[in-house]
Ligand binder design. Structure first.
Ligand SMILES: [Zn+2]
Length: 486
C-alpha cells in the first residue's frame, strides 16, 4: 500500500482509475462547459453583438453524443471499494447503473461561498441550495477560512452529463474535526460533524546542518516552533558563531498529536534535542519540576538556563583577561579586575542577568560606567561606555539581555572596548570562571522522575521512528484513497 505507483499520467484533481476510463467524456463535458461559459461571458459583454452574430444553427456547441473510447469494462463495486461512502454504496443497487463517480478537491477563494463553488462546477441549483443549508445548520456561526479545501465525491449522470451530482462534500478545518454532507437515498442532503480521536506519537527528526540550524531542521521536517525552542535551549551553552559548522548532525525528539485516521493535528512539541559539535555533544530535554514551568535540562538535570549570559555582547573578542598585567596607560604592573572585550564604538552592551541598576554615569577611570546588582551577593560592572542605554539610571530594574549601554572609550582607555567586571560579595572575580556556577538543578522529589525521563529520552533520541517513516502510512493512505490495483 505504501508503494504507490508513480502518478505520472494521473490527473491531479481526480485520483480514480475510473476517471481515466472516462476521461474522454470529461473532456467532452469540459468542452461543452467551456463553450457555454464563453457564450455567457460574451453575452454579458456584448449582448447586441452576440444576438446578431449567432445564427440559429449555433455551430460551436458540439453534439452531446459522447465519443466512443476504448471498450469500457462494466463497473463493479470493486471499482469503488476505495469509497468510504456507505449510503451511496447501498443505494447503488436500487438505482440505474451509475455513469461515473469521481472526486474533486476545490479551494475556497476570497469572497467564495460553498454554494458559489458548487455553482462553478454546474451542480444543479436545488442540490447546492440543500447542501448549503445543511452545512450552514451544522457550522452555525463558524466561518470557513479562505483557502479551505472542499473535498467532493461527484457522480456524472448519464441523463445530465454537464451537471454532476454531489454524493458527499467534506470540509476539514481542523485535523480532528470534519464536516460531511451526504446525499440520502431520497435525494435530500444531511450534514454531520465527525470528531477524530487524537493521540500522542513520538517521532525523531534527524537533520544535518546546511546553512542555518533553523532551515536545516525545517527541511528535515521539524516544525518551526520546535526548532526555535531547541535553538533557544542551546543558546546558553553553544557559541553559535564559533562552534557551529556545516555538516554537523542534530536530532529532535517530538511529541506529535495524531488523529485516529493519521492526520497530524499538532506537528510536534520539542521533548528533547541533541546537537553533535566537533568536540562535544549537547543534549537538552524538557522537564517540568513540581510546581514549576516547563524548562530544558541537560541529561544530568542541570537547567540550560544560566543566570548570566556567556558574554554581555555579541561578536566580541577578549582583548585582555582577568589578573595581573602591565597597565597600558599607567605603565606599571597592576591587577586587571575584569575582562576586556574589543568591539566597535556603539556596539550594544547587554545586562548579563536580571537585576537593578546601582550606578550609571561617569566614574573616573571607568568612564561612563554601569553597575548592576543581581542578587545580594552578585553584581556586574560595565566600563568605558560611549553612552548609557535608554532609560538606564540608578534604581531601575533590568532584564537579562536588555541594552544598558554602548561600547566606547571613555575614562582610562586606549581604544573602544568594554571593561566587564563580576563581583561576589563586593569583590571582583574572574567573570569567565563564573559561567557554570549558576544553573538551577533538578532536585528533591523531582530527581527520580527526571532520571526515568532522561533515560527514556536518550533512548528515544536514537530509536524513536523517524518523522518521515511515521508520517508515510498516513500520506500513502490519503493518496490511494481512490486507487485500485491496476
Ligand atoms: Zn579592562
Amino acid at each position: 500500500m505504501t508503494d504507490f505507483p508513480s502518478p505520472s499520467d494521473r490527473p491531479k484533481t481526480a485520483h480514480s482509475a475510473a476517471f481515466r476510463l472516462f476521461r474522454p467524456i470529461f473532456f467532452a463535458v469540459g468542452a461543452i462547459g467551456a463553450t457555454v461559459g464563453a457564450v455567457i461571458v460574451i453575452h454579458h459583454q456584448a449582448e447586441t453583438q452576440i444576438a446578431a452574430a449567432t445564427p440559429p444553427s449555433a455551430p460551436a456547441l458540439p453534439s452531446i453524443a459522447l465519443p466512443d473510447p476504448e471498450p469500457v469494462p462494466p463497473i463493479t463495486t470493486a471499482d469503488f471499494k476505495g469509497f468510504d461512502l456507505k449510503p451511496a454504496d447501498q443505494q447503488a443497487d436500487a438505482e440505474p447503473p451509475a455513469s461515473d463517480r469521481y472526486e474533486l478537491t476545490l479551494r475556497l477563494e476570497r469572497g467564495d461561498t460553498v454554494e458559489k463553488v458548487l455553482a462553478d462546477i454546474n451542480v444543479p441549483e436545488a442540490d447546492r441550495k440543500q447542501i448549503d443549508a445543511a452545512l450552514k445548520a451544522l457550522l452555525k456561526k463558524r466561518r470557513l477560512a479562505v483557502g479551505e479545501s472542499i473535498d467532493l465525491q461527484l457522480q456524472t449522470m448519464s441523463d445530465q452529463p454537464d451537471a454532476p451530482r454531489v454524493l458527499t462534500l467534506s470540509i476539514r478545518p481542523q485535523p480532528q474535526r470534519e464536516y460531511i454532507v451526504t446525499r440520502r437515498d431520497d435525494g435530500s442532503y444531511e450534514a454531520l460533524e465527525k470528531i477524530y480521536q487524537v493521540r500522542p506519537r513520538i517521532v525523531r527528526v534527524d537533520a544535518v546542518r546546511r546553512g542555518s540550524l533553523q532551515q536545516s531542521g525545517m527541511k528535515a521536517g521539524a516544525p518551526t516552533a520546535a526548532i526555535l525552542e531547541f535553538i533557544r535551549a542551546l543558546s546558553y551553552d553553544v557559541d553559535f558563531q564559533r562552534e557551529l559548522k556545516e555538516g554537523q548532525h542534530f536530532t529532535l525528539l517530538l511529541e506529535q498529536q495524531v488523529t485516529s485516521d493519521g492526520h497530524v493535528a499538532d506537528p510536534g512539541r520539542l521533548l528533547a534535542g541533541e546537537l553533535r559539535l566537533t568536540n562535544r555533544t549537547i543534549t537538552v530535554m524538557r522537564f517540568r519540576p513540581q510546581g514549576g514551568a516547563d524548562g530544558f535540562y541537560d541529561p544530568k538535570g542541570e537547567s540550560v538556563v544560566r543566570s548570566f549570559l556567556r558574554t554581555p555582547m555579541d561578536a566580541s573578542h577578549i582583548t585582555s583577561g582577568f589578573g595581573m598585567r602591565m597597565h597600558p596607560i599607567m605603565g606599571f604592573s597592576a591587577m586587571h579586575t575584569g575582562v576586556d572585550f574589543g568591539a566597535p564604538i556603539g556596539t550594544p552592551i547587554f545586562a548579563a542577568g536580571a537585576g537593578k541598576v546601582v550606578t550609571a554615569g561617569s566614574n573616573g577611570g571607568y568612564g561612563i560606567f554601569v553597575k548592576l546588582q543581581h542578587t545580594s551577593q552578585i553584581g556586574t560592572g560595565y566600563g568605558h561606555m560611549s553612552r548609557l542605554g535608554p532609560g538606564i539610571r540608578p534604581g531601575v530594574s533590568v532584564r537579562q539581555g536588555q541594552v544598558i549601554g554602548f561600547v566606547g572609550s571613555t575614562g582610562l582607555s586606549t581604544g573602544p572596548h568594554l571593561h566587564y567586571e563580576f563581583y561576589r560579595n563586593g569583590h571582583p572575580v574572574n567573570p569567565l570562571a563564573q559561567k557554570f556556577a549558576m544553573r538551577a538543578v533538578v532536585g528533591g522529589k523531582d530527581l527520580a522522575r527526571f532520571r526515568v525521563l532522561s533515560r527514556q529520552y536518550l533512548n528515544e533520541l536514537k530509536n524513536a521512528p523517524p518523522i518521515a517513516e511515521a508520517s508515510a502510512p498516513a500520506k500513502a493512505k490519503e493518496n490511494s484513497q481512490f486507487a485500485r490495483d491496476e
